[in-house]
Design a protein around this ligand. Structure first.
Ligand code: UDP
Length: 466
């Protein structure tokens, strides 16, 4: 187990985006909770410091919560490869799919407990009586009881779930439910994902950071320079490209992306359909590729994900990338030339974030064709950038996108013809794309910026810590 330090930031740039009133409400709400807690700490515990939505949320919310007056810190559990494989299997089951298909029986439970016990021993060096511990997802859920034994109040924050309970979710619930039963409260992104075994459930939707490198404004010129420097599009500018960020130091974009492509990079003017996701079965990158080809639209498809191996708690990424690579290889040459697979280096997370930002801004159409999703941060990130979005109607995406108003929803996430049709509509109907993109930006401004999320959390922390 190790601590991930939060960088110090100021609230001033947020005032530009949120306005004085929202910042005043944020300061007041967080201030009240801060006074109640006094010297006590709010700990977050998860299983990776980089890659995926939970790490993204903690990197953005943590510094902001501290700037607003809350003593928040972050711990990451560790374990051997077998623990990560079992944990990933558990997460897949809670999403309602078999994952690698392996068992979650007494043997796996024993191994999971051993890894958790090693982390629990380290927890004693950090957690004090009266602290609040927020345990994220299933990987570290075994720690809930240990944190309670140290005198902390504990919240289980579940970011995952399945819209339709099935034998896989029951399997996952049977494994993790007894650990979660020790929590004082549980939090989910969407009501559809609250299982019967979760004690005192609440709904808090995530948010995105409008001032960080992933979602800050970029000029058109910066977008082209960043994508050109990384080799994702054809570009004249050589790396490094320096980009100022409202919070923190400038970011230098200097690492080329690992691009699998047949032929030269697409010129800057080529319309691009984009999906940014981890290499994970639930993101259905292969399905996006098939739908793009079937759509018959001009332009280029970019499927971008973190460098495989860059996400510590995701042992399946390499295999899923390989599956996608084979599907790309099997495309007829005229289509293969219009599709690229991009792995983004994770050595510097702020650099990685600027590249994701530029890619989302450059997209003519953004797709999020997930087969299951707790809350799809990538969708909200694209909406904030006024992009026309086609998202599968699964999990939290159904709350995030209003079909025909702030994006298009694909009713059946497995429906390739429907996905192709959605891509075609957004690519060819400029008025529709513009209208959806503008409404999407407004909707995110209203609902999915961090002040709202932090105030929801402040209220919950007060109620469990009282
Ligand atoms: N992401 C990233 N770099 C990458 C690929 C993904 O920073 O190379 C980010 C993405 O922008 C988003 C998060 O990882 O903020 C993924 O969160 P989401 O909720 O969409 O899915 P999850 O990975 O949690 O299932």
């Amino acid at each position: 187990m190790r601590e991930v330090p939060f960088r110090r930031i100021s609230l001033a740039p947020y005032e530009q985006v949120l306005g004085e009133d929202r910042i005043a409400r944020l300061r007041a709400g967080i201030g009240r909770t801060g006074r109640l807690l006094g010297e006590r700490t709010v700990w977050n515990v998860n299983s990776t410091a980089a890659g995926g939505g939970v790490a993204e949320l903690l990197h953005t919310l943590g510094p902001l919560a501290r700037a607003a007056g809350l003593n928040v810190r972050w711990l990451v559990v560790d374990g051997d490869p077998e623990y990560y494989a079992i944990a990933k299997r558990l997460v897949s089951r809670l999403y309602g799919i078999p994952g690698d298909g392996g068992p979650l029986g007494p043997e796996e439970l024993r191994h999971y407990r051993r890894a958790i016990d090693a982390n629990a021993a380290r927890l004693t060096a950090h957690v004090r009586p009266g602290d609040v511990v927020i345990v994220h997802d299933a990987q570290p859920a075994g720690l809930i009881e240990a944190a309670r034994d140290l005198g902390a109040s504990v919240v289980w924050r579940c970011h995952i779930g399945s819209d339709t309970p099935n034998p896989h979710t029951e399997d996952g619930g049977a494994f993790v439910g007894p650990f979660v039963a020790h929590a004082d409260a549980t939090v989910f992104s969407t009501p559809a994902h609250v299982p019967g075994w979760a004690p005192r459930p609440r709904i808090i939707a995530p948010s995105i950071d409008p001032c960080g490198p992933k979602n800050m404004a970029l000029t058109g010129e910066q977008v082209l320079a960043v994508l050109g420097a990384t080799g994702i599009i054809d570009g004249g500018r050589r790396p490094p490209v320096t980009v100022p960020v409202p919070i923190g130091p400038d970011v230098q974009v200097r690492r080329p992306a690992l691009v699998l492509r047949d032929g030269p990079p697409p010129p800057a003017g080529t319309p691009m359909v984009v999906q940014v996701s981890r290499w994970d079965r639930l993101k259905d990158m292969g399905g996006v590729m098939r739908a793009f080809v079937a759509s018959g639209v001009d332009g280029h498809l970019t499927l971008a994900g973190a460098d495989v191996g860059g996400v510590a708690d995701d042992p399946e990424a390499a295999e899923l990338y390989e599956q996608c690579r084979r599907a790309w290889q099997d495309l007829p040459p005229e289509h293969r030339r219009r599709c690229q697979l991009v792995c983004l280096p994770m050595d510097d997370l702020r650099e990685n974030a600027v590249v994701v930002n530029a890619l989302q801004r450059h997209a003519a159409v953004v797709v999020q064709k997930s087969l299951a999703e707790g809350f799809g941060l990538t969708a909200t990130e694209a909406m904030w950038k006024s992009r026309p979005l086609l998202a599968a109607a699964v999990g939290g995406l159904r709350d995030q996108v209003q079909d025909g108003r702030t994006g298009l929803l694909l009713t059946d996430s497995a429906d390739l013809d429907g996905a192709a049709e959605g891509i075609r509509r957004l690519s060819t109907d400029e008025a529709l794309a513009g209208r959806l993109g503008a409404a999407a930006r407004e909707w995110v401004h209203e609902r999915y910026l961090p002040d709202r999320q932090l105030l929801d959390w402040a209220e919950l922390i007060q109620s469990v810590a009282a």
